[in-house]
Ligand binder design. Structure first.
Ligand SMILES: *Cc1c(COP(=O)(O)O)cnc(C)c1O
Length: 227
């Protein structure tokens, strides 16, 4: 039986390929499949087709799904808002990457708990480059200083780069503007290697602005014909 999610994956890979080549042949883009609206069977289907990184936005879902699929060598990502009372759960699950470290105060609390447990976690600093109140993340103007503060004072947090979400807008120029703000910050961070930006509706734009990690949910997990 030919399979809809696999077709979606093929199409996303093709689109990513075109977008990244426009940027540079050497520009590699990682795809994280955001499985928040999907079952473990759906995840398994995409994993069998070659997709290895999956992301969730709720700690409880990350815990359940990663447990249910623990036989598979999936690289799990956490992309959602982390409440401070869930820090221990995150540490316990130890995802491959925590994208949404969104304040200095969360970083200090997370580092303290990691230190006590003698553990580390790979993180991205989330930047609110859309300047929308509803979105999390540090202010772009303070981002470089906060990043350096975390690098200096939180040795158990392994910062790998930054993450951002586009503003809610159909205007590509507005979206581009916010992606460019993130790229400028990323370029100022010498040790950063990951720029996580772009979702189903804007990943080509994000890649044209330098993104090297995209987080794709609906484009991968909707039934064929829905997008
Ligand atoms: C849901 C989600 C995505 C994926 O969104 P789609 O538009 O479905 O691709 C990406 N990043 C975060 C943080 C999300 O919560």
């Amino acid at each position: 039986m030919s399979n809809s999610f696999v077709k979606n994956l093929d199409r996303v890979i093709e689109d990513v390929e075109k977008a990244r080549i426009k940027n540079s042949e050497h520009h590699i883009v990682d795809i994280v499949a955001i499985s928040k609206y999907s079952t473990t069977n759906d995840i398994k289907e995409l994993f069998d087709a070659g997709q290895q990184s999956f992301g969730e936005n709720k700690i409880q879902d990350l815990k359940l799904k990663s447990k249910e699929l623990k036989e598979l060598p999936i690289r799990w990502h956490f992309v959602g808002k982390l409440q401070k009372n869930k820090i221990n759960n995150l540490i316990e699950i130890k995802p491959a990457l925590f994208h949404s470290l969104d304040s200095l105060s969360l970083a200090y609390d997370l580092n303290k708990k990691l230190f006590e447990k003698n553990k580390t976690i790979n993180c991205l600093l989330q930047i609110n480059s859309s300047y929308e109140q509803s979105k999390s993340g540090v202010n772009p103007q303070e981002a470089v200083a906060i990043y350096k503060d975390i690098e200096k004072n939180c040795p158990n947090i392994k910062l790998k780069g930054i993450m951002c979400m586009a503003p809610n807008s159909d205007d590509e120029n507005i979206v581009k503007k916010s992606f460019k703000i993130s790229k400028e910050i990323y370029d100022k961070l010498e040790d950063a290697t990951i720029l996580s930006m772009g979702m189903s509706g804007d990943f080509q734009t994000a890649i044209s602005c330098g993104s090297n990690m995209i987080r794709i949910g609906s484009k991968l997990f909707s039934k064929v014909g829905q997008n």
